[in-house]
Design a protein around this ligand. Structure first.
Ligand SMILES: [Zn+2]
Length: 280
């Protein structure tokens, strides 16, 4: 990210944090550009104490801008963990309203919010969880026509959508703009996760050239909440590793998870020269 973008996002995040904290002194910054404030050191202390995580990694997270596509079963854990971990700016795209049948697996939403916009409901709760971060709701369904516009301005996209059409639209937009991408999907008790750096690692279409025939939807095949929780948590972890520069991300590989038997399989993949999204 350029230093000017970092500065812009940091200023906006600081302004949002000041507005959300009642006893903050107007005009007094809550964080300096190069260090963590005492409150941030305490809030993030359990990750800062990790051998793989320190102030540099935390500052990279604070400087980052992430777009989460879908505020449902995968988006709920992704958004909660990334806001809690201190990603500085988080956008949430979802055009749907909360339905009763969502609530067994979409824990960012409550029964009292049936009929309320998922994007706005999720954003409100994330802001309560962590007022230090800036959260922007986008009440719209992402499609091939608006994907690039939504992706632009974000460092990393976490795709928590529930259709192959949306997944391919997000992948194409990331290949066009260069935004990093964490893909994920779950149905029943099986799922997958894949990280992508367009131009340097295999993209989603490199690994999955076309939508599988007769792929069931969650409405048809069902899904267990904890299975979506596992896949969404893995997506959040991948996003944090990529943003902070911690090695081990699922690049040129995807992880298949089968949660009835508890099996995790890392499958290698690679870029294809003839890929219509990222090929040469
Ligand atoms: Zn590709």
């Amino acid at each position: 990210m350029s230093s000017s973008r970092r500065g812009l996002f940091r200023s906006a995040a600081q302004a949002a944090a000041r507005a959300a904290i009642p006893d903050a002194v107007p005009g007094e910054p809550t964080a300096s550009p190069d260090t963590l404030s005492p409150d941030e050191l305490e809030r993030y202390s359990r990750q800062l104490v990790l051998e793989q995580w320190g102030e540099a990694e935390q500052l990279r997270l604070r400087d980052a801008s992430v777009l989460i596509v879908g505020a449902g079963a995968l988006g709920s854990p992704v958004a909660a963990y990334l806001a809690g971990a201190g990603v500085g700016r988080i956008g949430i795209v979802d055009g749907d309203d909360v339905e009763l049948s969502n609530l067994h697996r979409q824990h960012l939403h409550h029964t009292s919010e049936i009929g309320v916009s998922k994007a706005h409901g999720a954003a409100a709760k994330l802001q309560l969880l962590n007022p230090e971060v800036m959260v922007e709701p986008y009440q719209v369904r992402l499609d091939a026509g608006n994907a690039e516009g939504l992706v632009l301005g974000h460092d990393l996209i976490v795709d928590c959508s529930d259709t192959f059409a949306t997944r391919y639209a997000v992948n194409a937009a990331c290949c066009q703009t260069g935004a990093w991408l964490v893909e994920g999907g779950v149905v029943g008790v099986t799922g997958m996760v894949m990280s992508i750096r367009p131009g340097s690692s295999a993209c989603y279409r490199c690994a999955f050239e076309a939508e599988p025939a007769d792929a069931p939807t969650c409405a048809e095949a069902g899904v267990l909440g904890p299975a979506a929780g596992v896949v969404g948590s893995l997506q959040a972890l991948e996003a944090m590793k990529l943003l902070a520069g911690v090695p081990g991300a699922l690049l040129d590989a995807f992880l298949q998870v089968e949660l009835l038997t508890g099996s995790f399989l890392r499958v290698a993949t690679r870029r294809r020269d003839d890929c219509p999204d990222c090929g040469d």
